[in-house]
Design a protein around this ligand. Structure first.
Ligand code: ADP
Ligand code: ADP
Ligand code: ZN
Length: 214
């Protein structure tokens, strides 16, 4: 099963993708996580990506597409995968469609997690990310057992630089301009499904499982 998670920054794509990956036993591929890992390790890709990410802009398509398409070749992708944060532009979506067509495959579902902009700003200021393993929490909606300490690995939590309110606003604009058109693209392909992302994360999860099947 190949699934794309669509939605604004902070809509809950990553949260849902992790839960779905565990349920269906397929990998969760997050381009944001891949870039952050590259930044942490000081790679040339990380260095380039950081320039854009810090400004709330998208990393150029040519730095993203091959990276993801190479990732599919990994044997862990045989049963499918969940894409979180990719595609984010029409050219990325077209590149994905073409790459899959070449090997006789296609995406099964594009799940759009709907959350209005007002909620997003509130959500992002409470998002915390683990410096060790990248796990995501929320100070109010998904708190850790011990304040500021990751439940999974015990390392410290931080507010991502790009989750500061000024950058979130910029990212939302970029989302509306460059990523939202994917909703029409996948509607045309007949695979778009919408879920309400404003409700409790477990309720969102159940709605997605209803779509994908047990
Ligand atoms: P969020 O979880 O808020 O949706 P991500 O972790 O997916 O954010 O992405 C963080 C940043 O990484 C984005 O703002 C963008 O700069 C960059 N990025 C991630 N995925 C892509 C992509 N597919 N195309 C271009 N830039 C990307
Ligand atoms: P995205 O990957 O779309 O950027 P995340 O999954 O990182 O979004 O979620 C953004 C923030 O909102 C995180 O702090 C997360 O814990 C929290 N969150 C996710 N889903 C919900 C929900 N349904 N209700 C409230 N908060 C949520
Ligand atoms: Zn951790």
């Amino acid at each position: 099963m190949k699934i794309i998670m669509l939605g604004a920054p902070g809509a809950g794509k990553g949260t849902q993708a992790k839960m779905l990956a565990a349920k269906y036993d397929i990998p969760h591929i997050s381009t944001g996580d891949i870039f952050r890992a590259n930044i942490k390790n000081g790679t040339p890709l990380g260095e380039k990506a950081k320039e854009y990410m810090d400004k709330g802009l998208l990393v150029p398509d040519e730095l993203v597409v091959d990276l993801v398409i190479d990732r599919f070749k990994n044997p862990d992708c045989e049963k499918g995968y969940i894409l979180d944060g990719f595609p984010r532009t029409i050219p990325q979506a077209k590149a994905l469609t073409e790459a899959l067509e070449k090997i006789g495959e296609k995406v099964d579902f594009a799940i759009n997690v709907e959350v209005p902009d007002e909620n997003i700003i509130r959500r992002m200021s409470g998002r915390r990310a683990c410096v060790g393993c990248g796990a995501t929490y929320h100070i109010k909606y998904n708190p850790t057992k011990v304040e500021n300490i990751c439940d999974a690995c015990g390392k410290e939590l931080i507010l991502r630089d790009d989750d500061k309110p000024e950058t979130v606003e910029k990212r939302l604009n970029v989302y509306h301009e460059q990523t939202q058109p994917l909703i029409a693209y996948y509607t045309e392909q007949g695979i778009l499904k919408e879920v309400d992302g404003t409700v409790d994360m477990n309720v969102v999860f159940d709605a997605i499982v209803d779509i994908l099947g047990e």
